[in-house]
Write a protein that binds this ligand. Sequence first.
Ligand SMILES: Nc1ncnc2c1ncn2[C@@H]1O[C@H](COP(=O)(O)OP(=O)(O)OP(=O)(O)O)[C@@H](O)[C@H]1O
Ligand SMILES: [Mg+2]
Length: 252
Amino acid sequence: MALIKIKNLSVILGDKQALKNVNLEVEEGSVTAIVGPSGSGKTTLLRTLNLLQLPSEGGLEVDGISVSAKKISKSTVKQFRQKSTMVFQQFNLFKNLTALENVMSPLIYNKLAKFDEARQLALSILNEFGLSEIVNQYPVTLSGGQQQRVSIARALISKPKVVLFDEPTSALDPEMVSSVLNIIAKLASQNITMIIVTHEIEFARQIADQAIFIENGEVIDQGPAKTLLSVKGNGRISDFVNSLENRHQPIL
Ligand SMILES: Nc1ncnc2c1ncn2[C@@H]1O[C@H](COP(=O)(O)OP(=O)(O)OP(=O)(O)O)[C@@H](O)[C@H]1O
Ligand SMILES: [Mg+2]
């Protein structure tokens, strides 16, 4: 059964239709890659799944909780937000909290665990992510790769049903990218449901079950990641995929 169902979803931002009649289903334990050019609506789709952005038309269902554009109560928004967490391109860590305090913060602020329990849980995730050495450091003293791993730990600590990644490696120096991709691949192997906006096409082909290609707010195509993100062919999607693959080539 699908964990996430998106039906006829449209989102209008100002005078721009950012999403047009999007339909998508995501199976529990699967990985979905979202690929498409800049401004196509990828971030808007993730934000809507977390109700950071409200739908203008259509509806969403996550783990049995549904919302429709016509009727969204505050309590539904709260319930819905507990189902998913977002990991942002720019990490969005609290600058005045240490790595450990950042990871504990969702449990503490939402009163989901006592301090000692939250601390132990945060320490064990940080340890699993190879970050035990830096638990007491502030974000400004950490590399981008470390900050992003801390923010993934923070997203996971409240055990959401879905983790939404918005270009999690695109703000990183090239040598930091693999430390973050390795963690995401590990989560995929643990059957954590994830939706990932990424330009790392080879990575997406390897770990995603399904991929969707989005352009001008519309889902142009969707299917198995290995097929949809193939470099072969001369359609719009393979042109786009090829342009990303070529981006990694050194300029001579
Ligand atoms: N607050 C806003 N008001 C008006 N238009 C907006 C607003 N936020 C985003 N948009 C527009 O909505 C469209 C979709 O934006 P979105 O950020 O979802 O694209 P994206 O695919 O994530 O792009 P990128 O790859 O550059 O991150 C864009 O044309 C953008 O300019
Ligand atoms: Mg975006």
